[in-house]
Design a protein around this ligand. Structure first.
Ligand code: GTP
Ligand code: MG
Length: 136
């Protein structure tokens, strides 16, 4: 089985959508949330997490947005959970995301796209260590 790092972004927390999103994850058969924390992210954490995007035009506003309020950070474990959570989230651009996906149902703006989920096993292991160092 796999594990993945999920962030419910500040827009999801501000809009009161975390319960709804967590419910969708819990309802997937066999998936389990094995860590969950509400917290406001430090600059350093965000630089580590989004290091691959440093220098891109959207990087600074992205980091500013991600620090603008608390996020819900989670580890989710289960069968094919990495691929599965990317599918549940939908594509990065919420307008391109199909209705039924989290971004497709609730999002409009690319930056404020509600959820992050690790995009590969390598990213998942790297990101779990950043957000839950005790769970490395
Ligand atoms: P995450 O799950 O958050 O990593 O999203 P992703 O994997 O679908 O996208 P990616 O890792 O490429 O980019 C990280 C985040 O940066 C995205 O979720 C968006 O919030 C933001 N982002 C990515 N591309 C753009 C862009 O072209 N414009 C803007 N404004 N934001 C972007
Ligand atoms: Mg990504």
């Amino acid at each position: 089985t796999q594990r993945t790092l999920v962030l419910l972004k500040p827009d999801a927390v501000r809009r009161g959508l975390t319960g709804e999103i967590i419910s969708r994850i819990e309802r997937k058969a066999g998936w389990r949330i094995t860590a969950l924390e509400l917290r406001t992210l430090e600059q350093e954490t965000l630089e580590q997490h989004y290091g691959e995007h440093k220098g891109k035009p959207f990087y600074e506003p992205l980091v500013e947005f991600m620090a603008s309020g608390p996020v819900v950070a989670m580890i989710v474990e289960g069968e094919r959970v990495i691929e599965g959570l990317r599918a549940l989230a939908g594509p990065t651009d919420p307008i391109a995301a199909a209705p039924g996906s989290i971004r497709g149902d609730y999002g409009v703006i690319v930056r404020e796209n509600l959820i992050h989920a690790s995009d590969s096993e390598e990213s998942a292991e790297r990101e779990v260590k950043i957000f839950f160092p005790g769970r490395g």
